[in-house]
Ligand binder design. Structure first.
Ligand SMILES: N[C@@H](CCC(=O)N[C@@H](CS)C(=O)NCC(=O)O)C(=O)O
Length: 323
């Protein structure tokens, strides 16, 4: 684990001493947008026209942020149009790697060894953390975006004229409610599990833990009266929550000490996870080997033995009541 400073790799973890025990995620820096005609998007510069086989996704199957992009690639019929490379689940002194001996696909574009080399190919003086997902432009040879929430917005509609898939997970009339829900879920749940697990003082841990479980109680209540997070239709907000929920009992409950209750004990949430897991295309995007191996093996600060637990046994293919 580490970061680039002026294009040179340094092996260092987040310094929680400067943030009084709190884990603070760095904002993504590369925020361009693919658009239908290549015009500039809401941020960054233009030049990234939606074209088949022009873009490549770098993902980890363990990472909940990268998982969002894999879900949208599958749901929006983009698998034949956007290629992918999968990093190894083991993220140690060199950060994310393309070690095929430990379950990476290898880097299908450049045969690089490490993910940080993709960032320095983009800019030889790059400074910042080397995160996945990364959306790469094979035509201009640079990174388009390393922000998953924006990558899924692009996938939601800019390739529609190429794929013919017009499913819309961010419908205009629901956008405000989706944005509010995303904000709540991001701070308390998506990032909340990390804030809980990486806290290095009792107080910061308890704050994050309490916020997390009170948010889960609110979600449980909401799902008792409506089928999806925002109304009766499946939206981006559901998929953004799902990638955290599906990792919860296997990893966050134990590894990140989010252990008030397993999600299996929440009646509505546990059924909702199954409904989303069993949605066409989704089960193929979930890889529990990568998920468990990555967290337990890579975070030596919180699991120094690197032993990966065998359980829990949860069957996400079993029947649910949300039909
Ligand atoms: N804002 C980014 C966050 C991505 C992110 O933090 N990815 C994690 C993997 S789960 C990562 O690559 N971490 C490496 C690091 O922080 O050094 C997004 O949503 O795309």
């Amino acid at each position: 684990m580490g970061l680039l400073i002026d294009g040179t790799w340094h092996n260092q973890w987040y310094d929680t001493a400067v943030t009084k025990g709190k884990f603070q995620r760095e904002s993504a820096q590369l925020r361009n947008w693919i658009t239908v005609q290549g015009e500039a998007g809401p941020t960054g510069r233009g030049g990234f026209k939606a074209e088949s086989n022009r873009y490549h996704l770098y993902v980890s199957l363990a990472c909940p942020w990268a998982h969002r992009t894999l879900i949208f690639r599958a749901l929006k019929s983009l698998k034949d149009h956007i290629s992918i490379s999968v990093v190894s689940p083991d993220m140690l002194e060199n950060g994310w790697t393309f070690d095929t001996a430990s379950q990476s696909s290898g880097d299908l574009l450049f045969d690089a060894e490490y993910m940080h080399q993709i960032y320095t190919k983009h800019s030889s003086t790059y400074s910042g953390r080397v995160t996945v997902p990364v959306l790469w432009d094979k035509h201009l040879n640079c990174i388009v975006s390393n922000e998953s929430s924006e990558i899924i917005r692009m996938f939601n509609d800019v390739f529609n004229h190429i794929t013919g898939n017009t499913l819309n997970f961010y419908p205009e009339e629901e956008q405000q409610e989706i944005d509010e829900m995303n904000d709540f879920v991001y701070h308390n749940i998506n990032d909340g599990v990390y804030k809980t697990g990486f806290a290095t003082t009792q107080t910061t841990y308890e704050q994050a833990y309490n916020a997390l479980f009170s948010a889960l109680d609110k979600i449980e209540l909401r799902l008792s009266t409506q089928r999806y997070l925002v109304g009766e239709r499946l939206t981006e907000a559901d998929w953004r929550l799902f990638t955290t929920l599906i990792r919860f009992d296997s990893v966050y409950f134990g590894h990140f000490k989010c252990n008030q209750r397993q999600l299996e004990q929440f009646h509505h949430i546990s059924n909702y996870i199954r409904a989303l897991y069993q949605h066409p295309e989704i089960a193929n995007t979930v890889d529990f080997y990568h998920i468990k191996r990555h967290y337990y093996y890579s975070h030596k600060t919180i699991n120094p033995t690197q032993v990966v637990p065998s359980g829990p046994r949860v069957d996400y293919t079993s029947e649910h009541n949300r039909g």
